[in-house]
Design a protein around this ligand. Structure first.
Ligand code: NAD
Length: 486
């Protein structure tokens, strides 16, 4: 049945890859698995090092041709057209994503609309990246220009393909780079659909090349390619280290968007009625497979029991089932991810399990379902409170005062995002500074994901910023021109 749905939804052949404006078949293939059933529902291309080389060459050719000669406003118009088509096809894109990554339909729909919004945002921003004129010595006029890096590589994970493509490819194209996109082997369908839309919208040949394939094969070849001028990588810390090493060998800049173990700090004066949905949703959205998931809930001791009880009540109502059933949680992406998460859950041992959600009785047995789990009273140094699980598990940790809360919050290798729940304005401002994170939320979590808000990590969560206007600086290099005219 899902195969029929896939056939109805796909308006293109997913086994082809895009190089230099041409859709081409590939000799080798990778299977497409539906995580909700475990069934193989199609196949995608498996690019190798030679294909990567062709894609990089095609991108270079585009820079020297039509794409490189376009003005910023025209690049923006093309992005705007892409955004409009994405928005018109949001439902089909959502179904594709649900089938490919197991994401509940409403969450996949939100990703498709976010992709459209990224295109809209970067369309408007493309012709507004301005340099400076610099007051300098008599006889000189000096100014700066933001220029594209050239060929940008985009290596993206499977958990939010559309959003991550939007924020990195969108900003790169707005600045006039030519992009080579290597989607995750587990989730390439919406990347391919996006590329079809981009071609339809009039993006010149070679400005975007899409080469699905394995990480250690196509991904590694792309990261190491000497023709690449910038690498944007979103994924795990281990692979991020390899990417940065490869970039170092070619002396090219790299943006690393890696993992997290993000805390929410709940003080005794917090508005718990407002906080509660955020506390839970931030842990279970996309079945916890979110870089900015909130895996640690830190609660001032006087309200610890109350928060445990109220979060547990919500957990016990959470339902897990097939993506198209659109429940609270879908399956995890793969059997491998399920085994990893279950390994972590086994570490809980005699920790107090405050609550679990429920897997629907009729969920297909081949699907990779894991019931969400809430653990109370966890020590901050426990592995479950330190390591990224990337599944639906949250720990609750009590604290006694603000200093201790900050020490615990900052006490992991990561630093992606953090939230403070308190009605005390001075404390909000103190903690906004004290917390080690790329984004801090005061009395909210995630701020609705805003495409306008620069995003990125500190520590092992990575470096560089994507999203918002800031990303345009990351996807460009600054040139200073000094003219002597006497
Ligand atoms: P992953 O690192 O295994 O894979 C990410 C991408 O890298 C995939 O396209 C993969 O094919 C490729 N890859 C794998 N090995 C490679 C290699 N040797 N050389 C080049 N490329 C290679 O990560 P994942 O399991 O797909 O994603 C989960 C991780 O991503 C989590 O740690 C999560 O926190 C992180 N993530 C971070 C953000 C963020 O914005 N900070 C967003 C989403 C996911």
């Amino acid at each position: 049945m899902t195969q029929d749905l896939l056939r109805q939804t796909l308006w293109f052949d997913p086994a082809e890859l895009l190089i230099g404006g041409h859709w081409r078949p590939c000799d080798r293939h990778l299977p497409v698995e539906n995580p909700s059933t475990g069934q193989i529902i199609g196949q995608i291309a498996r690019a190798d090092a030679a294909t990567v080389d062709e894609a990089v060459t095609a991108a270079r050719t585009a820079l020297a041709g039509d794409w490189g000669r376009l003005g910023a406003a025209e690049r923006g118009r093309i992005l705007a057209r892409i955004g409009r088509i994405v928005s018109d096809r949001a439902e089909a894109l959502a179904v594709l994503e649900s089938l490919d990554v197991g994401k509940p339909l409403a969450q996949a729909r939100a990703d498709a609309l976010a992709l459209a919004r990224y295109m809209e945002f970067y369309a408007g921003a493309a012709d507004k990246v301005m340099g400076h004129t610099i007051p300098y010595q008599h006889g000189y006029t000096a100014y700066t220009l933001h220029e594209p890096h050239g060929v940008t590589a985009h290596i993206v994970p499977w958990n939010y393909p559309m959003q991550i493509i939007g924020r990195s490819v969108g900003a790169a194209l707005a600045m006039g780079n030519a992009a080579v996109l290597k989607p995750a082997e587990e989730a390439s369908l919406t990347a391919l659909a996006f590329a079809r839309i981009a071609v339809e919208a009039g993006l010149p040949a070679g400005a975007l090349n899409v080469i699905p394939g394995l990480g250690e094969e196509a991904g590694a070849a792309l990261a190491a390619h000497p023709g690449v001028n910038h690498i944007s990588f979103t994924g795990s810390v281990g692979v991020g280290i390899r990417i940065q090493s490869a970039a170092a060998r070619n002396v090219v800049p790299v943006t690393l968007e890696l993992g997290g173990k993000s805390p929410q700090l709940v003080f005794a004066d917090a508005d718990l009625d407002r906080a509660l949905p955020f506390l839970v949703n931030a842990g279970v959205q996309n079945a916890g497979q979110t870089c900015s998931a909130s895996a640690r809930i830190l609660v001032e001791r006087s309200r610890h029991a109350e928060v445990v009880e109220r979060m547990a009540a919500r957990y016990s109502r959470l339902r897990v089932g097939p993506a198209l059933a659109d429940l609270d949680l879908g399956p995890l992406i793969s059997a491998r991810q399920k085994a990893l998460v279950e390994g972590y859950m086994a570490l809980a041992g005699d920790l107090s399990v405050a609550a679990t959600g429920t897997i629907e009785a009729d969920a297909p047995p081949g699907g990779h379902y894991v019931a969400p789990r809430l653990l109370a009273d966890v020590r901050p140094d426990h592995r479950l409170a330190q390591e990224e699980i990337f599944g639906p598990a949250q720990v609750i940790i009590p604290f006694d005062d603000e200093d201790e809360a900050v020490a615990i919050a900052n006490g992991t290798d990561y630093g992606l995002v953090a939230a403070v729940w308190s009605e005390n304005g001075a404390r909000q401002l103190r903690l906004a500074r004290a917390l080690r994170a790329g984004q801090v939320y005061l009395n909210n979590y995630g701020a609705g994901g805003g495409v306008e808000l620069p995003f990125g990590g500190t520590g092992k969560s990575g470096h560089g910023r994507e999203k918002g206007f800031e990303a345009l600086y990351g996807f460009s290099t600054l040139k200073t021109i000094a003219a002597w005219h006497g």
